[in-house]
Design a binder for this molecule. Structure first.
Ligand code: NDP
Ligand code: 2IT
Length: 457
């Protein structure tokens, strides 16, 4: 009996190691994609030990290979008439539980590795929401910063002219991510509508409220992250009330994380952008950050001109040296490395909630776990955005709109459910309290079972 268990354990480990080596060999230099795959496959070893059928049916080999990767040219003309060429991407990673679903990122750093890491994470994240959505992601190395509205519009139109061939409300439903907000979604929706020749509302989410968007979608990722962290805190008798919180970034996710944490009684002492961070011991004012960044598209450094209690510091990583009980990385991948993690631990951090995708390096996650810091991994903690995107699709199909409170209540219930199912899976598979393993397993099982049911496709 013991011998059989040992054999199974080593077979599962060997299987995972072999798949990971193949991923590295087939996707050379794609370090972000390797990192995302590594985190997931390592957590699945106990699943393969318990259910060898997933190995026999090659589920993991199939899961790590996108169903489709689309790569296209995006030419556009700036206001002076100069021609620019950017690269567009869409990875349609896995459609076993529903149409491909995931955001579009416009940032100079976007390449195949970034899009694939995000798309791969999205498969299990979307599964965790309990909604019928598969995994996809896309974007471009276009930088919307410093561009006029007319330039952004021309870029979005060119991007959608090509992307539009591959998406649809039952096929692939993009949304926003870094650099893609309401303005960009509006331009892309307008162009899709022209090309498709009809108003197919469910083809994109994150739309304006006046043309098919869902109330509370803008707030959903930030609020959802706070709801998730609140569940983690409650499990240890802790709460946001009276706590000091550091939030990185000052974009869509950060702004609404700041608002909800403040509503729950926390003092958010710092936030940032890609140039630097602000520190305000009296608490960052959500309204100012929202106006500066969302409406006026200015830099976070401008905050100190309006609030003399705040100080601005150049550079991003210093934000993790600020003492806090709760840290919410909500900007970008790998923003918390081992050094930052050690600093946070030394300063007494109790909980981390990943609002961004893969913001902690694998070493940083190990440090948090080794020091009993509550750790809410991205695919669980930031799933509120895509969850409300799926609610937006549902409303579009019904041709009906729920109130803000109806959507927010559903979001709250979904985040609690993600927390409970992650805790349960971690317990069942022998890693109590490890939400990285729990979320990966809970998300994986549903996708894997659908793949088994569909045969070798
Ligand atoms: P936004 O574009 O609205 O904001 C991004 C914020 O992060 C900005 O403050 C930006 O600074 C900062 N930032 C971006 N890139 C870097 C970088 N390389 N270094 C330092 N700071 C950086 O994006 P979102 O808020 O939508 O996305 C933030 C994170 O959350 C991403 O990881 C995204 O994938 C993830 N996410 C988003 C969801 C959504 O619904 N929007 C859902 C789930 C996850 P600056 O203004 O200087 O560019
Ligand atoms: O990373 C993410 O989950 C998102 N950017 C949101 C995706 C979506 O389809 O709403």
């Amino acid at each position: 009996m013991l011998q059989t268990e040992t054999n199974r354990a080593s077979a599962a480990q060997a299987y995972v190691a072999e798949v990971f080596e193949t991923v590295k060999r087939r996707n050379p230099g794609e370090t972000e994609f390797h990192q995302a795959v590594k985190e997931i496959v390592d957590s699945l070893v106990p699943v393969f030990e318990k259910h060898p059928v997933y190995m026999e049916q090659g589920i993991l080999e199939r899961l790590v290979e996108p169903e489709r990767l689309i790569h296209f040219r995006v030419p556009w003309t700036d206001d002076k008439g100069k021609v620019h060429v950017n690269r567009g991407f869409r990875v349609q990673f896995n459609s076993s539980i529903g149409p491909y679903k995931g955001g579009l990122r416009f940032h100079p750093s976007v390449n195949a590795s970034i899009v694939k890491f995000l798309g791969f994470e999205q498969i299990l994240k979307n599964s965790l929401t309990g909604q019928p959505i598969g995994g996809g992601k896309g974007g471009s190395d276009f930088d919307p910063k410093g561009k006029s509205d007319a330039e952004v519009m021309r870029f979005c139109q060119s991007f959608m002219t090509e992307l539009g061939k591959y998406i649809g409300s039952d096929l692939d439903v993009p949304a926003g991510d870094i650099g893609v907000g309401g303005r960009e979604i509006g331009y892309m929706f307008g162009q899709y509508k022209r090309i498709a020749g009809g108003n197919e509302a469910g083809v994109l989410t994150g739309k304006g409220i006046g043309y098919g968007g869902s109330l509370a979608r803008t707030e959903a990722t930030g609020y959802g992250c706070i709801y998730f962290v609140n569940e983690m805190l409650k499990s240890k008798g802790l709460s946001f009330d009276g706590s000091k919180v550091v939030v990185s970034g000052s974009g869509n996710v950060s702004i609404y994380a700041i608002q909800k944490a403040t509503q729950l009684g926390a003092t958010v002492v710092a936030c940032s952008d890609s140039n630097g961070y602000i520190y305000d011991p009296t608490g960052i004012k959500f309204e100012t950050v929202q106006r500066l960044k969302e409406v006026e598209r200015k830099r976070i450094s401008e905050y100190v001109n309006e609030h003399p209690t705040a100080t601005y510091f150049e550079g991003c990583s210093g934000i993790w040296t600020i003492p806090c009980e709760i840290a919410l990385p909500c900007a970008t991948q790998n923003e918390i490395d081992a050094d930052s993690a050690r600093k946070l631990v030394a300063n007494g951090v109790q909980a981390i909630g990943e609002g961004a995708n893969m913001p902690s390096t694998l070493e940083a996650i190990d440090i948090f776990h080794a020091n009993d810091v509550l750790f809410g991994p991205a695919k669980a903690a930031n799933a509120g955005g895509v969850a409300v995107s799926a609610l937006e699709m549902a409303q579009n199909s019904m041709r009906y709109a729920w109130s803000f409170h109806e959507v927010d209540d559903k979001l709250h219930a979904i985040m609690k459910n993600i927390y409970t199912s992650s805790v349960k899976a971690a317990d069942e598979y022998g890693h109590p309290g490890n939400l990285v393993i729990g979320a990966n397993i809970a998300g994986f099982l549903k996708v894997a079972n659908a793949m088994l049911a569909h045969g070798i496709v």
